[in-house]
Design a protein around this ligand. Structure first.
Ligand SMILES: Cc1ncc(C[n+]2csc(CCOP(=O)(O)OP(=O)(O)O)c2C)c(N)n1
Ligand code: SF4
Length: 304
């Protein structure tokens, strides 16, 4: 089918309810919002991860839009190839050039797919890369990733992760991306506006979305949106955008909620609240403060 005709198939939700995600899966809520906002035509590319596993148990699919599943490490490389092919088709007058959308987890983005991501951004492909960040490798059993926050318990960090979270936004800003932003599903209007903006800007753009995971963070499924909100209001997950190197903090949290309000709802952090682990809690707080003050400095030095 010619690419231009595929647009006729969109018009409905891109990810149908016929999937097998856990109750309260923040990633699925975020992806639904992304696809409701995205302007057709587009093709979605996903690396291996929860999103792929819950949406395509063979021979079924929950995707109502063109979707390609690729290996864990090469989503951005495959998206680059699709985008290059679309350019050729347009030049031949048999298709329409458009942005390719990658949707991948933090493991496939921060860790194993980083090389492909870096290459695609350095070459300047016209892709929108969306990372739903549930802060661990959930599909394979909650192993730590570079996006796992310090102190968090995973199956490979049973005493809590020692390292800080990798600053993926700065990495992609450093690649010269024209648009890099963070978002949260509880701020759906901000999230959907950012999808449209990121899709409309020529070149490689990136959206980093916090995606609470009841299974891997050990919380009750009804708390997903509350936790996304608390992550922002405690300054643990700042909401901002960087356009051509210029910073805008979209939600300036002048009076942050105590991080304990966020931590105590998730068993992955339960140990941080025990008196004998006060030093670990202090470390967590220092990480949050350092990131926030760094962000303020960047917004002051390079204002939008
Ligand atoms: C090269 C390679 N290494 C490891 C795996 C096993 N594997 C598949 S998905 C996955 C974790 C995915 O984590 P993430 O990208 O964070 O997505 P999530 O499952 O959390 O949605 C791993 C380790 C693989 N498929 N390929
Ligand atoms: S493990 Fe987490 S990310 Fe995976 S489907 Fe369940 S809630 Fe969603």
């Amino acid at each position: 089918m010619p690419i231009s005709k595929l647009a006729d198939l969109y018009g409905r939700e891109g990810l149908s309810p016929g999937h097998s995600a856990c109750q309260g899966c923040g990633a699925t809520i975020a992806v639904r919002q992304v696809l409701l906002a995205a302007e057709p035509p587009y093709i979605v590319v996903s690396p291996t991860g929860c999103l792929e596993v819950i949406s395509t148990p063979y021979p079924f699919t929950a995707w109502r839009v063109p979707w390609v599943h690729v290996a864990f490490e090469n989503a951005a490389a495959v998206a680059s190839g699709i985008e290059a092919a679309l350019n050729v088709l347009e030049r031949k007058g048999i298709g329409r050039r458009h942005k390719v959308i990658v949707i991948g987890g933090d493991g496939g983005t921060f860790d194993i797919g980083l090389q492909a991501l870096s290459g695609a951004f350095e070459r300047g492909h016209n892709i929108l890369y969306v990372c739903y960040d549930n802060e661990a490798y959930m599909n394979t059993g909650i192993q730590r990733s570079a996006a796992t926050p310090p102190g968090s318990i995973t199956t490979t960090t049973p005493a809590g992760k020692r390292e800080r979270k990798k600053d993926i936004v700065s990495i992609l800003v450093g690649h010269g991306s024209p648009y890099v932003a963070t978002a949260s599903p509880h701020l759906w209007k901000d999230l959907t506006n950012k999808v449209r903006k990121a899709q409309s800007i020529e070149g490689p753009t990136f959206l980093h979305i916090i995606a609470p995971c009841p299974r891997g963070w050990y919380f009750d499924p009804h708390l997903t949106i509350k936790l996304a909100k608390l992550a922002v209001e405690t300054r643990i997950f700042p909401i901002y955008e960087v356009e051509n190197g210029r910073y805008r903090i979209n939600y300036l949290i002048s009076r942050p909620r105590p991080v304990e309000d966020y931590l105590r709802l998730q068993n992955r952090f339960a140990h941080l609240l025990r008196p004998e682990n006060a030093a670990l809690l202090e470390e967590f707080k220092r990480w949050v403060e350092d990131r926030w003050s760094q962000l303020l400095k960047m917004a002051e030095a390079f204002p939008a």
